[in-house]
Write a protein that binds this ligand. Sequence first.
Ligand code: ADP
Ligand code: MG
Length: 726
Amino acid sequence: MESNRLELVRYSFEKKALPVEIPEGRTSEYYGELVFDRPKMRKYLKPEVLKALLDCIDNSKPLDRKTADGVARGMKEWALDNHVTHVTHWFQPLTEGTAEKHDALIDYDGEGGVIEQFDGKSLAQQEPDASSFPSGGIRATFEARGYTAWDPTSPVFIQGDTLCIPTVFISYTGEALDYKTPLKKALKAVTDAALPICRLFDPNVNKVFCYLGWEQEYFLVDEALYAARPDLMITGRTLMGHMSSKNQQLDDHYFGAIPARVAAFMRELEVAGHRLGIPLKTRHNEVAPNQFELAPIYGECNLSNDQNQMVMNLMNTIARKHGFVVLLHEKPFEGINGSGKHNNWSLGTDTGIPLLAPGKDAMGNLQFVTFFVNVLAAVQKHNALLKASIASATNAHRLGANEAPPAIVSAFLGRTMTQVLRKLVDLPSGTPVEIAGKEGRGVGLEEIPEIFVDNTDRNRTSPFAFTGNRFEFRAVGSSANCGEAMATLNAAVAQQLTAFKKDLDAELAKGKDLSIALIDTLKPVISSILDVVCFDGNGYTEEWKKEAERRGLDTETNVPKMIRAYLAPEALGMFAETGVFSEKEILARCDVKWETYCKKVQIESRVMARMAANHIVPTAIEYKTRLLKELSLSKEVFGRLEGCDTERNLVMEMSALIEEIRTRVDAMHKARKAANGIEDDYGRALAYHGIAESLNALRKPIDRLEEIVDNRLWPLPKYRELLFIS
Ligand code: ADP
Ligand code: MG
């Protein structure tokens, strides 16, 4: 397959778009047909079971075994009506992607046959052999049991012939082994911490919700070309490849017309998502060639994250039907933009009030400013930790590489909000203040600008940006599970809100009016965030790096070192206070992160060495031999070598490049051996960080060879082919 690259290219180029099968009727008619949602619960569950289940979902009331049996019975009937034969717990271990273990929905009937069977116990809990999932040593190998436990707040869904039950995944001793468990704990912490503050403004608020709207970026490449690139297949990115003459410099891809084959894939993906109740909304071309984006309407954070995982799975399978492979890696190609997953995040009350958007009146605005400032304070305090939550071997290629995000977590406020905050800090103490509402009512004693946030006020270089009614955490990687970043952000905000409420209570106890107490408590916080975390300038410049360091923001770009932020006393303390992670869990997670980092770099290093040996060096030698033959023929015929300078120079350059490749591969091999001898996970990860850097150096002679070797001989699909065929 590899030797006839040009044939593969022609074959890929000639592929046409596939017809897409679309269910009959409008989207709203098939939307959610594969989820056991409330209408289906009403249809399939007995009234008392339904009531208990909804009480569990909405009010966190525990579910007894009898109710679980009732729920299982209803789910089974619904599943059988939809030709389902199997059931699985569906969970999110600390690997990429989700895990499932299918069981047929049958049991002996006692008379020599079988019946369809599914009960509350199988719904509520399974015990998969967990020893093959990363645990960072929490679960010694002799105790291979892990538990998956049903998460009733995320609806059960059907995938093919299988009923999928979203679950958490924990160890025998109760530690989280997944992304969902800490996320759920952090969501509880943040919504519980926000509630008493909201109640000061409106006693009718009973619950606070956290929302997530993710924007999934990805690349598509033709599967035939992909299969001819061992690096893409095994590591998800190209480890070599000369830049195409044309990349993204003409800015002609972003929001451009979607190619027909891609449009067919997107359409089918959307239909599949809609049938699963995933509110997919936006699709468009991204900045880089063959790069695209997909985003749903935002929803409750835990559910929205599950849906992102479901969509990532769907993307992989549906792309293959259309002859594509989806690349979710953060940086599949050097020299052009990589992929991220902006996490649009906000809080809102059960009374329908968004907490991170300007309010309807002066008090509403004060509530908004209160939450706004506290979020920024949390981001400031835990900026290093937030960066750690998105750090990985794959996202490392975006961090600090002059594309969103820079490796410094600062926040973009925009002009309006910066002005509002500046005015607030400058107010003399005890001044009653009213911040004008949208209608411009009630301007207070001091002139404060009316809050009308223009959400076109954008700064693409900021990793944490306010965009009118939400914050966008942009540093999250395209291949990541949002759960890690969302758990960290929510936990940090929870801690800050709790501390703020305590300070506020102290001010209120002095007999101050609510708005004065609020402003007095907010003022020192505002001063601090304006001085430190808030930055509206260009995050890619050298001056900002220096300035950020001066401000005390974390500027580390080395991923293994970034991960250490989890172990800092303020992080351990914050996670303990909010109940999101125990120290044992943090230690285990860090080990998993470092181990994963090492393994990823190790695999890349091996693949690159083998490709150098099996693809690159032989091709270079073949071309070199051809030139040498020509030179020797020339000498034979003309008796001299004059007029053959091009050939001679090429031969010499190639010899030098081949030699450089060999030396670098040998050195890398030695470095790997040395790294593997290091016991301690952190130390080993640091050593592998060095190896990761040496991959870039090894790439250079290879890419130069691609530039000079005869195009017909080159075995690997080139960037210009991978990126421009769709
Ligand atoms: P852009 O590219 O301009 O950032 P997109 O439309 O691609 O915008 O995606 C924005 C995402 O933010 C969508 O998922 C949208 O539903 C989500 N979003 C909008 N408002 C909120 C909010 N208040 N809280 C959380 N997410 C939100
Ligand atoms: Mg966005």
